[in-house]
Design a protein around this ligand. Structure first.
Ligand code: NAD
Ligand code: MG
Length: 371
């Protein structure tokens, strides 16, 4: 295949019984009316997007939806994680009710993970549930947040603390929209792609090592493969544990340390994927200290994360006792149980497990991984 040639549509199915749905991956999907065939019949579609994405892609989506619906409405939310909150969620309900939208109305989430999580939550709540479609426009949303049915908004006391499990009808990953993504956001998405290697598939990890240049250059064929394989792995995990009673937690590899960095610095300083990138290096070091993997594995992971344009050295979170601050933040993580921190560690390259670790060992890892 030539570099930059557009690959044909790839499809991954999420198998959840009557809640099953396809993820379609290809260039040019967004503006193609065929993409939206066979969705639940309705008179009205509501496109939910934000102020950054609307001027780029809202017209293309609305035009493609016109043949399928009598009315195609649009609501434009303010951009940013700080707006993943109640007042902004209310704007979606306002649009639905002011326009007399019935319980068949189909919601379309056009944007990154913030728009996707909020639109999904609104769809779960409006009239106790209306259908929705994910049209993810960031790499992170295409490989992670749009797949699996977790929806939420933030509370001032915690991220994603108010939400629901609610599956979309379909996920539409158009590779073309990734061309306008800021490079920092592209790298943040790569962190979640790299994550799938150590937890599930070292063959895929090797492929990413060989193709990181093409991915950073946004080559459509390379992106299509990376997105498909990531979605397959996530689909496989979610298919076995839809509501995170166990296995699904391995998808949080790197996230316990990463969340501590994100919240310790104040949300918005580091992107989520940046925290996950650095957090994976820390979690791999912890796995090594626990005797599960060797130094060479840690170094291999660190090197790829660095090549992806992600930070591999953690920030100090306090001038006196930085490791203590990390530990305190990790103890309030959603996964912590009765104050005991649960880490996703690599049991062996390509497989993960959840376990606790002695504070002293975690301190060593943090001290070895930070400035
Ligand atoms: P985001 O939605 O904030 O998007 C990042 C930035 O890119 C925003 O400014 C956005 O407006 C802009 N943008 C989006 N698409 C663009 C495009 N094509 N071109 C140019 N700019 C574009 O962030 P994100 O990284 O996509 O998602 C993060 C959110 O996802 C967090 O709220 C996180 O909690 C959530 N999340 C949810 C799950 C889940 O399972 N539901 C999983 C991972 C993350
Ligand atoms: Mg994540």
């Amino acid at each position: 295949m030539h570099a930059n040639s557009s690959p044909a549509t790839q499809q991954v199915r999420i198998d959840l019984g009557e809640r099953s749905y396809p993820i379609n991956i290809a260039a040019g999907l967004l503006g193609d009316p065929a993409t939206y065939q066979n969705l639940p019949a309705a008179s009205t579609a509501l496109v939910v997007t934000n102020a950054v994405v609307a001027p780029l892609y809202a017209d293309a989506l609305r035009n493609a939806l016109q043949p399928h619906y009598k009315r195609v409405l649009l609501v434009v939310l303010p951009d940013g994680e700080v707006h993943k909150d109640w007042p902004t969620l209310q704007l979606i309900f306002d649009a639905l009710l002011e326009n007399g939208c019935d319980r068949k109305t189909v919601l379309f989430a056009l944007g990154g993970g913030v728009v996707g999580d909020m639109t999904g939550f609104a769809a779960a709540c409006y009239m106790r549930g209306v259908p929705f479609v994910q049209v993810p426009t960031t790499l992170l949303a295409q490989v992670d947040s749009s797949v699996g049915g977790k929806t939420a908004i933030n509370h001032p006391l915690g991220k994603n603390m108010v939400g629901a499990f609610y599956q979309p009808e379909r996920v539409i990953c158009d590779l073309d929209v990734l061309q306008s993504l800021p490079s920092r956001e592209l790298s943040a998405g790569l962190a979640e792609i790299i994550k799938y290697g150590p937890i599930a598939d070292m063959g895929f990890f090797g492929w990413i090592e060989d193709n990181i240049g093409a991915l950073l250059a946004r080559d459509p064929a390379a992106l299509a493969h990376a997105i498909r394989r990531s979605c397959e792995i996530k689909a496989h995990v979610v298919g076995q544990d839809e509501r995170e009673n166990g296995l699904r937690a391995i998808l949080n590899f790197g996230h316990t340390f990463g969340h501590a960095i994100e919240s310790g610095l104040g949300y918005g300083r580091w992107l989520h994927g940046e925290g996950v990138g650095c957090g994976m290096v820390m979690a791999a070091r912890l796995s090594q200290r626990l005797g599960l993997v060797d130094d060479a594995f840690v170094e291999r992971l660190r090197a790829l994360i660095q090549r992806a344009g992600l930070p591999v050295t953690g920030p100090r979170l306090s001038p006196e006792d930085s490791a203590g601050r990390y530990l305190a933040l990790m103890r309030v993580d959603k996964k912590a149980e009765a104050g005991e921190i649960k880490f996703v560690v690599i049991a062996a390259p390509g497989s993960a497990m959840v376990r606790s670790a002695p504070d002293a060992l975690v301190r060593e890892v943090i001290d070895a991984s930070c400035d």
